[in-house]
Design a protein around this ligand. Structure first.
Ligand code: GAF
Length: 403
């Protein structure tokens, strides 16, 4: 079923096959199932998933793969390929869970705890071997991928046997894990993108209704290029939470139930009542909601030029008004746009939470390899940091595959 899976790339099949072998080597038994979940890149709609906005991410062809089989102990025992030699992480399934060490495993504990709280417990303990090609700390939602892969590992080990669990519920349990066990008050974008991703489709998420609309991205002449600055940033250092707080302050001053009911004119009219930061954050929110709606329409109308222009405006707003960019992200975007005429770069912007992580650019496919080479060397010359730059098409979302 894996070798002829119609939605998985050869790269992902090979990642799974390596993980299957490693499982057998490490646990000396046959695996029963694979659970996998992709990272995501957001094309537009940044820092507005917690403001009732629209966001337009896609799952990328980079996955976290869990290979699993039941064990006779009352624990979920996890070995991570990048941490071989360190003790396995053991998550008990017969008692309440708490935040603990190692820190990365809190994403897993949080999801298991979310299942427990809904009365869903696996049939037995199970072993997991984890392999990933989602860059860690690259702003591409490796944490959401970890959470969603754990949800599917729980499913294949019987935790969902007593009740049916929807894709949306799995994503919401994962988001809650991030709030409670990782200390990041994130919105729904990352988990929804990983959960609802489909090959060749972007996921337009209405974060107020939580409806997901799939928007085709099938034009082979356009490529999505992801450039990891290799400046990593943890979102639990207070900056993310403070932005969220500032948007809540803005909405309170505007005295509206939802950001979807606010126009730019109304923000401008309330300027005197706001401090400068609250005002700038509010300008970003209403502008970005409008840009994302326009971008989805432009895409449906095959107007990629307009889409690219909206990406550029989004970056400026995130840099100047929301202040979540950083010098390396700005450098990566500036270089990409300087190469616009040479390689057909339509737009470029930071993506994800910011303060580091990645940019996303829309580029003519015929030039994509040369663009990646030149962007990489110019960024390295400018910053002294070697970036990781690759193209990805929209990929299939989190799932489990039986053996
Ligand atoms: C992070 C969060 F997890 C998302 O919910 C979202 O707010 C994003 O930053 C910014 O758009 O990835």
């Amino acid at each position: 079923t894996i070798s002829n899976h119609p939605q998985l790339s050869e790269q992902t099949k090979s990642l799974i096959s390596t993980a299957l072998n490693s499982f057998e080597e490490n646990f000396s038994k046959e695996p029963c199932a694979v659970a996998l979940a992709p990272g995501r890149v957001n094309l537009i709609g940044e820092h507005i998933d917690y403001c009732d906005g629209f966001v337009l991410p896609m799952a990328i062809d980079r996955y976290i793969v869990f290979v699993t089989a039941p064990n006779d102990d009352n624990v979920i025992r996890c070995i991570d390929a990048s941490l071989l030699g360190e003790p396995a992480v053991e998550i008990p399934i017969d008692c309440d869970l708490e935040i603990s060490t190692p820190k990365w495993a809190n994403y897993l504990r949080g999801v298991v705890d979310g299942y427990f709280k809904k009365g869903m417990v696996p049939k037995s303990g199970f072993d997991v071997f984890i392999t990933s090609n989602v860059p860690k700390g690259g702003g591409l939602s490796s944490s959401a991928a970890l959470e969603m892969a754990m949800a599917f590992a729980l499913k294949v080990n019987g935790a969902e046997d007593s009740q049916s669990v929807s894709t949306e519920q799995r994503a919401l349990i994962s988001q809650h894990a991030e709030h409670t066990f990782a200390g990041v008050p994130c919105g729904i974008m990352d988990q929804f993108a990983s959960a609802f991703g489909q090959k060749d489709q972007l996921t337009l998420i209405d974060c107020r209704s939580q409806d997901v609309e799939l928007v085709p991205f099938t034009d082979e002449s356009l490529s999505i290029v992801i450039a990891n600055t290799n400046v990593s940033h943890e979102l639990n250092d207070g900056e993310y939470a403070s932005r969220r707080q500032q948007t809540e302050d803005g909405l309170r001053i505007l005295a509206k139930p939802s950001w979807r009911d606010v126009s730019l004119d109304e923000v401008v009219a309330s300027k005197e009542q706001m401090d400068e930061l609250t005002y700038k954050r509010s300008v970003h929110v209403v502008g970005e909601i409008s840009r994302t709606i326009q971008a989805a329409e432009a895409l449906k109308a095959n107007n990629s030029k307009k889409f690219g222009e909206l990406m550029k405006s989004s970056h400026k707003s995130l840099r100047d008004d929301f202040e979540v960019s950083c010098p390396e992200l700005d450098t990566m975007v500036d270089i990409a746009l300087e190469l616009a005429d040479k390689y057909g770069v339509l737009g470029s912007r930071m993506t994800g939470g910011g303060f580091g992580g990645s940019t996303v650019s829309l580029v003519a496919s015929q030039n994509v390899d040369s663009f990646i080479d030149e962007l990489s060397s110019l960024y390295q010359q400018a910053t002294g940091i070697t970036p990781e730059i690759f193209a990805s098409r929209p990929a299939t979302g989190a799932q489990a595959i039986g053996m």
